[in-house]
Design a protein around this ligand. Structure first.
Ligand SMILES: NC(=O)c1ccc[n+]([C@@H]2O[C@H](COP(=O)([O-])OP(=O)(O)OC[C@H]3O[C@@H](n4cnc5c(N)ncnc54)[C@H](OP(=O)(O)O)[C@@H]3O)[C@@H](O)[C@H]2O)c1
Length: 374
C-alpha cells in the first residue's frame, strides 16, 4: 500500500482509508489510538517539545519540556504547529491570574497555524496534509496541538503560515467585540486604546476596512507612526496628551461611537466622557484594574451601552459561530490585503521566556510569535 508523503500518526484505521494519489490534498483519515495491529510504522515522533509554567510567576517559570503527542478525540485534528502567537493573556496566565478554562490544556498558547497530521472522527472536510490556522483554548506553545475542527480556518490565500498564525485570537476577539457587540457601522468614529498592540493593530485595520474613522491612543512617537501606517486617522500619545480632550477636539466635541478598551481603571470614567450619544464602550481587559469610581449619569443621559466579553471560556458553538462570521466578513479583507498582521518579532520555542519579557516590556509593535520549527 502506498503511503502519503506527509507524516503519519501512530495508528490508522483502514476502514477510514480513502482513495489516495500522491500529491492529492484529500487524504485518508487516520484515527490515533485505535487498537489495530499490522499497521504502517508511524512517521510522527513519539514525543514533542512544549512549554509549561512550572508555577505562577515571572518569565523565569517558563519551562521547556518533552511530552507525548496529544491524541485527537471526536471532532478534533492534530496540527503540526509551524508558528504560534504570543498574546498578553498568556503572560497573565503565567502569573496565575488567568487560569485555563475547565477542559483546556494547561500548556499556554491560544492560536496556531500548521499542517494537519492526524484526524479524529467527525472532522468534516478537514484532511490530512491541509494547512490551517486555528483558535485554541490552550496548547499552542507546543510542536503538536489539538484543534477543534470548527475552529480551524483555511489559511487565507497569499498568506504565510507565520502571518496566518498571528490572526485568530486578535481577529476573532476584535470582530466579536467591535462588530457584534459594539455594532460599529460604516461612517461611525471608533477609538481603540493600545493601537500598537496585537489587538489594537488588528482593530485599527478592521475598523478602517469596515468604513469607520479611527482614533487610537499609543505611547511615544514610534508607536504613533506605526498606528498611522496601519490606517489610524488620529493618534493620541497618551503619555503627553489627555485622551479625553484630544478625542473631543478630533470629533468637534461630538465624541466617538464605539470604544474598544483594554486599559480599564481610570480610563472607564474618561471613556464614558468621550462617547457620543448612543455610544458603545466595549471592555476586553483591565490592565489598570477593574475597580473604579464612575459617574454613571453619562450612561443614562447619553443612552450609552457598556459591555464586554472574553473569548476563551466561551462554548465551542459560540466560538464556531464567530469563526464562521470571520471567514465570511473578514477573510476576504485579509486576502485583499486590507487587513494584514504586523509581526514584531519571532522567537524559537526555546526562547519563549524572551518572548514574554519582550511583551511585558511593552516595546513591541504588532505581534510577537513563536517558531515551532526552530
Ligand atoms: N477579552 C478577550 O477576549 C481578550 C482576548 C485577547 C486579548 N485580550 C486583552 O487585550 C489586551 C491586548 O492584548 P495583546 O495580546 O494585544 O497585548 P499587548 O500587545 O501587550 O497589548 C497591550 C497594549 O496596551 C497598551 N497600553 C498599556 N497601558 C495603556 C494605556 N494607559 N493607554 C493606552 N494603551 C495602553 C500597551 O502599549 P504601551 O505599553 O506602549 O502603552 C500595549 O500596546 C490584553 O490586556 C489582553 O488581556 C482580551
Amino acid at each position: 500500500m502506498n503511503l502519503p508523503a506527509w507524516p503519519l500518526p501512530q495508528v490508522f484505521d483502514p476502514l477510514r482509508w480513502g482513495s489516495y494519489a500522491e500529491g492529492q490534498r484529500i487524504a485518508p483519515t487516520y484515527v490515533i489510538g485505535s487498537p489495530m495491529s499490522n499497521l504502517p510504522k508511524s512517521e510522527l515522533p513519539q514525543t514533542m517539545r512544549q512549554i509549561r509554567f512550572a508555577r505562577p510567576g515571572g518569565p523565569e517559570v517558563i519551562a521547556l519540556e518533552t511530552a507525548p503527542l496529544p491524541v485527537p478525540g471526536n471532532g478534533q485534528v492534530l496540527v503540526k504547529v509551524a508558528f504560534a502567537g504570543v498574546n498578553r493573556p498568556d503572560c497573565i496566565q503565567r502569573t496565575g491570574a488567568y487560569p485555563p478554562p475547565p477542559g483546556a490544556p494547561d500548556i499556554p498558547g491560544l492560536e496556531v497555524a500548521g499542517t494537519i497530521v492526524a484526524l479524529g472522527p467527525e472532522c468534516g472536510d478537514l484532511a490530512l496534509g491541509g494547512t490551517v490556522t486555528a483558535l485554541v483554548a490552550g496548547g499552542g506553545y507546543a510542536e503538536f496541538c489539538l484543534v477543534d475542527a470548527p475552529l480551524a480556518m483555511p489559511v487565507p490565500e497569499g498568506l504565510s503560515l507565520l502571518d496566518a498564525a498571528a490572526l485568530p485570537e486578535n481577529v476573532l476577539t476584535v470582530y466579536d467585540n467591535i462588530i457584534t457587540r459594539g455594532r460599529l457601522a460604516k461612517g461611525e468614529t471608533f477609538l481603540v486604546h493600545g493601537g500598537s498592540s496585537g489587538i489594537g493593530s488588528i482593530a485599527i485595520q478592521m475598523a478602517k476596512a469596515w468604513g469607520a474613522r479611527v482614533i487610537t491612543s499609543a505611547r511615544g512617537e514610534e508607536k504613533g507612526v506605526f498606528c498611522r501606517e496601519l490606517g489610524a486617522d488620529v493618534v493620541i500619545d497618551y503619555g503627553s496628551q489627555d485622551f479625553v480632550s484630544a478625542v473631543l477636539d478630533a470629533t468637534g466635541k461630538r465624541g466617538v461611537d464605539v470604544i474598544l478598551d483594554m486599559v480599564g481603571g481610570d480610563y472607564i470614567p474618561r471613556n464614558l466622557r468621550c462617547l457620543a450619544l448612543d455610544g458603545r464602550l466595549v471592555q476586553i481587559a483591565f490592565l489598570r484594574g477593574s475597580k473604579v469610581e464612575v459617574d454613571f449619569r453619562h450612561l443614562m443621559v447619553k443612552r450609552l451601552t457598556f459591555t464586554g466579553s472574553t473569548l476563551r471560556p466561551r462554548t465551542l458553538d459560540q466560538k464556531a459561530a464567530i469563526v464562521e462570521a470571520v471567514k465570511r466578513d473578514i477573510w476576504p479583507l485579509v486576502v485583499s490585503g486590507a487587513i494584514r498582521p504586523r509581526i514584531d518579532t519571532v522567537f524559537p520555542l526555546a526562547k519563549t521566556r524572551e518572548a514574554h519579557e519582550r511583551m511585558e516590556a511593552s516595546h513591541h509593535r504588532g505581534k510577537i510569535m513563536l517558531d515551532l520549527g526552530a
